[in-house]
Design a protein around this ligand. Structure first.
Ligand code: GUN
Length: 291
């Protein structure tokens, strides 16, 4: 292996410590404890783990972290009513509805119901639109964490060709928007590939920075990589033998890339750290908005 590992776990710990310090100062000066409520619908095992780690991270940073667990059979009306209640609750500054949702629920209606100033996921059209316009408020946590990883690793994005594999609302699309923003961590030339792209490997091979968010285990092989490229793997999958892997064939790709994120311990921990940052920002916005 020649690639240097980009250690998301270590950077996330650093960010979480920093946020904890800022939360302590914020609470000391305002008397307000930032509150994050995560809604988990159903009992998808992976979602349960993610939600548990979000709650724990919030508590460790000095926030009030609640999880509302709703059954998979919950009606759309009940879920929307729950969001309305949290929107009206002044002790809740951030609301996150864990995705994916059961099929009978309209994800879009749910995303649009969360008050934009409590939308710590950055999925609401108002926040997404602000990001698209280059004037972001809440930025989705995974792309935000990736930008932080790139900045911390000293990866030059300005003028680089960044290729994003995947066009999801959660990762691919906002990632592309962030990379093309003006300024630090942006100014890249961006290509997005998706399921209808004819030859994604051909595009990937032109990437200085390759962000892989395809949601398919070990799709990206060494011959997709330009020697010296920086590879960010957003995928996380459990193999039949119980071990975890990403969207990238790590061992092979690490022989060609200059830097690479591992799975686990790469992007995942950064997503949680950025959620805490967004929650503190939501608490600050709520405080500023008060008469
Ligand atoms: N499911 C996987 N990642 C995420 C995320 O960042 N936010 C939400 N709400 N659901 C997710």
């Amino acid at each position: 292996m020649s690639a240097e590992i980009i250690d998301g776990k270590a950077l996330a710990q650093q960010v979480r410590r920093q946020v904890a310090g800022e939360v302590a100062a914020f609470t000391a000066s305002t008397g307000i404890v930032p509150g994050l409520t995560v809604i988990l619908v159903g009992d998808d095992p992976a979602s349960r783990v993610y939600v548990g780690s979000k709650q724990k991270a919030g508590a460790e940073a000095g926030m009030k972290g609640d999880v509302l667990r709703l059954p998979a059979t919950v009606s759309q009306e009940e879920l929307l009513a729950t969001i309305d209640r949290l929107n009206a609750d002044p002790t809740v500054h951030g609301i996150l509805v864990q995705m994916p949702l059961p099929r009978h629920i309209d994800e879009r209606a749910v995303i649009e119901r969360v008050a934009p100033l409590k939308d710590v996921d950055g999925f609401h059209p108002e926040n997404f639109g602000l990001l698209a316009q280059g004037n972001p408020r809440f930025i989705p946590c995974t792309p935000l964490g990736i930008r932080e990883l790139l900045l911390h690793a000293g990866v030059e994005t300005r003028g680089a060709h960044a290729v994003v594999l995947g066009r999801s609302q959660l990762v691919g699309k906002p990632m592309a928007l962030l990379l093309m923003q003006k300024g630090s961590g942006g100014d890249a030339t961006v290509t997005i590939c998706h399921t209808a792209t004819r030859d994604p490997a051909m595009f990937a091979r032109q990437a200085d920075i390759l962000v892989v968010a395809m949601g398919r285990p070990e799709q990206v092989a060494a011959d997709w990589i330009k020697p010296g490229a920086v590879v960010i793997d957003v995928g996380i999958h459990r193999r039949a033998d119980g071990t975890l892997c990403g969207d990238v064939m790590f061992e092979d790709v690490a022989k060609v890339a200059s830097r690479i994120t591992p799975v686990p311990g790469g992007v995942g921990p950064m997503t949680v750290a950025m959620l805490l940052r967004n929650t503190l920002m939501a608490a600050r916005l709520a405080t500023e908005a008060r008469p």
